[in-house]
Design a protein around this ligand. Structure first.
Ligand code: ATP
Length: 276
């Protein structure tokens, strides 16, 4: 069968003599899991822009699933801004063997792999180009011996660049959680993150709003520090559930500051747990 100018329909490949070499054939970019990994579910936590608390939500989801008794890992794909190890007070170096690298284990048993666990000095900057960074993220899947995990949460870098694309193409992502903050601008930015996941055929599990409000410590009144929330409108428009509205909670920022996130309980994301 002759190769068409604008690509063949997948059904045309069957029986085609050029099927193996044809440029129209969709490429399988999936990366093999490490032979010592048995990961049941991979959940990517994404945001359209930086600083909305994506790492906070990733770690909070991991903590909640851990509290439910599941085995949990976090793959820190935010290579140039890794914050997960410090949240859990991990400053050691990840060890390796001929078979691959071992994730480091936090106090609550959460297994973590991050570039900061591989750098000689954790304050060294990672000054690598996009394809190298994306390659490291793939290695965190193929070369890390995750063992038996019920859930692996992937803390993505913000935006829709190289790394999210690589993760969606290379890892068997079961679902995406979108994190946002209550600002007008985010409506358009959330849609970018949502549309990327949809285009890659990854189910969007729902959306979490962070920094939703601050509860007055004296009277409990909710103050909308970053303006009124639009999360319900966005969720309705995109037909996805709201998985939680997290307030600015000093208990959470203190846990990060004190590096003891492994002891934190987060009651704000209960709806997310039921969706995992
Ligand atoms: N709900 C919250 N209450 C209190 N502090 C928070 C909350 N969410 C996030 N923070 C704090 O805000 C800072 C930024 O959060 P975080 O690192 O999770 O953002 P991020 O979206 O992952 O950032 P980046 O996009 O730059 O990777 C951290 O110091 C974190 O402890």
């Amino acid at each position: 069968m002759a190769e068409q100018q604008n690509g063949c329909a997948p059904s045309d490949c069957a029986g085609c003599a050029h099927a193996d070499s044809c440029s129209s054939k969709p490429q399988d970019l999936s990366a093999p899991a490490n032979p010592f990994s048995r990961v049941k579910k991979v959940i990517a936590v994404v945001s359209g822009k930086g600083g909305v608390g994506k790492s906070m939500v990733t770690a909070s989801l991991a903590r909640m699933m851990r509290e439910q008794g599941f085995t949990v890992g976090i793959l820190d794909a935010d290579i140039t801004g890794p914050s997960i190890p410090k949240m859990y007070g991990l400053h050691e170096s990840a060890k390796g063997s001929d078979e691959g690298m071992f994730p480091c284990e936090a106090k609550d048993g959460t297994r973590i792999m991050s570039v900061n666990l591989l750098l000689e000095n954790e304050s060294d900057p990672v000054i690598w180009r996009g394809p190298v960074i994306a390659g490291v993220v793939t290695q965190f899947w193929s070369d890390v011996m995750w063992g038996e995990l019920d859930y692996l949460f992937v803390d993505m870098p913000p935006g829709t660049g190289d790394v999210p694309l690589t993760v969606f193409q290379s890892l068997p992502v079961d679902g995406v959680v979108i994190v946002t903050s209550p600002q007008d601008l985010v409506q358009m930015i959330v849609k970018k993150a949502y549309n990327m996941a949809r285009q890659m055929n990854i189910p969007v599990l729902g959306i979490v709003e962070n920094y939703s409000y601050l509860a007055c410590p004296d009277c409990g009144k909710k103050i909308s520090v970053f303006g009124e929330s639009h999360i319900d409108e966005i969720a309705a428009e995109l037909d996805i559930p709201v998985l939680g509205k997290m307030p600015i909670d000093p208990k959470l920022s203190e846990a990060v500051e004190n590096e003891n996130f492994a002891e934190v309980s987060n009651e704000y994301l209960q709806a997310a747990v039921n969706k995992m």
